[in-house]
Design a protein. Structure first.
Length: 360
């Protein structure tokens, strides 16, 4: 890319004129379709403005031109992480590590990807190896600290985060990480001791962590709207690698009623605060009474929110209730209840690896 054009884009970004900067980047990319350095810079820019899917599209174009360009493969892995496709990112990172086995930034990212997949101890061990090889880099300390904070071990989390801050006191990522961890701790302290222990157990349960990783993938997809064919295929691959029935997360153009219902179900997760929470027996009984009360005119929106929460319980009681409700649900809720039942079965501890299809 000509130096003067790069400076022009940089000035636009510094002035907060993101749209004109993007338009100029796009114009240059269209005029120079074989310029790999330009594509790489454009993809990096798109990631910085959180347009992950456009960045992935540009990166795929570059990889098609030169599959061995390791800069493209690395940024592609980073984009997959941003899209919550941690297994696909892992495959890219492992490929890169065959080329550069001693490159610490690759190992650091692999450690974080393992943590995000729910393989916390394996990921933390990789991060500790990275720290042992270079004790002056704040990044792996921060990742390790956020990992422990995420599992509600705040004492250990802050220990690593403070080391990261001491190494790089002005790093905005470190400062944001510390601030986020403090907010998490403040919310955690509001819980009763009984609820605190329940929350800690959930965060230590490998199966629950795996479920949370899958939910992150589905949540990201549900927020994005229509996907390209390449991204639909990547979602399918990611879910398969995660041990999740890919038909559940199949996202395509809304060409028929069934596809629209699946997309609506996934998108409805965003309407339910703390959708992954485990409900009390009292709340379960309240849900049961609400759903099965033949005389009550339950609004569809309220019923869907209850079904979404029940779908994340993974208990025998929830499965039995959803089976019962599915048989008597009003027609507009029958498919929704069916999908909630399938999700509940997938999250069931009795069948953690069971692949569920949508067939009735």
């Amino acid at each position: 890319m000509p130096e003067e054009k790069f400076r022009e884009i940089e000035n636009l970004v510094n002035q907060g004129k993101i749209k004109p900067a993007r338009e100029l980047f796009q114009k240059l990319a269209d005029e120079n379709p074989q310029d790999l350095s330009l594509k790489l810079a454009f993809a990096d820019f798109l990631l910085h403005i959180d347009d992950v899917y456009s960045a992935l599209s540009i990166l795929r174009q570059g990889i098609k031109i030169d599959p061995q360009d390791l800069d493209f493969r690395y940024l592609f892995a980073m984009a997959q992480i941003r899209a919550c496709r941690f297994h696909l990112a892992q495959k890219e990172l492992e490929f890169l590590l065959t080329k550069y086995p001693a490159l610490l930034k690759l190992k650091k990212q692999l450690g974080w990807v393992k943590i995000m997949q729910g393989e916390s101890e394996q990921g933390r061990n990789i991060l500790r190896e990275v720290i042992s090889a270079d004790m002056t880099n704040s990044d792996p300390y921060m990742d390790l600290g956020m990992s422990f904070a995420g599992s509600l071990d705040f004492e250990e989390g802050f220990r690593w985060l403070e080391i990261a801050k001491s190494l790089n006191p002005r790093d905005p990522l470190v400062l944001r990480g510390l601030d986020h961890a403090k907010k998490m701790q403040a919310e955690f302290e509001k819980l009763s001791e009984k609820d605190k222990e329940k929350a800690r157990q959930m965060k230590r349960d490998p199966q629950k962590l795996k479920e949370e990783s899958i939910q992150n993938t589905l949540r990201f997809v549900a927020n994005q709207g229509n996907l390209s064919q390449e991204d639909r295929e990547d979602v399918k691959k990611e879910l398969e690698l995660a041990g999740f029935d890919p038909s559940f997360g199949a996202i395509s153009q809304s060409t028929n009623k069934a596809e629209k219902e699946q997309i609506e179900y996934l998108q409805y997760h965003q309407k339910v605060p703390n959708v992954e929470r485990k409900i009390s027996q009292q709340e379960f009984e309240s849900f049961r009474e609400t759903l099965l009360n033949a005389n009550a005119k339950l609004p569809l929106d309220e019923a869907k929110k209850i079904l979404i929460v029940l779908g994340h319980q993974g208990t025998k009681e929830a499965i039995a209730l959803l089976k019962l409700y599915r048989k008597k649900a009003p027609k507009p809720l029958q498919k929704f209840a069916q999908m909630a039942l399938h999700e509940c079965k997938i999250f069931s501890q009795d069948n953690p690896n069971n692949a569920i299809s949508f067939s009735v």
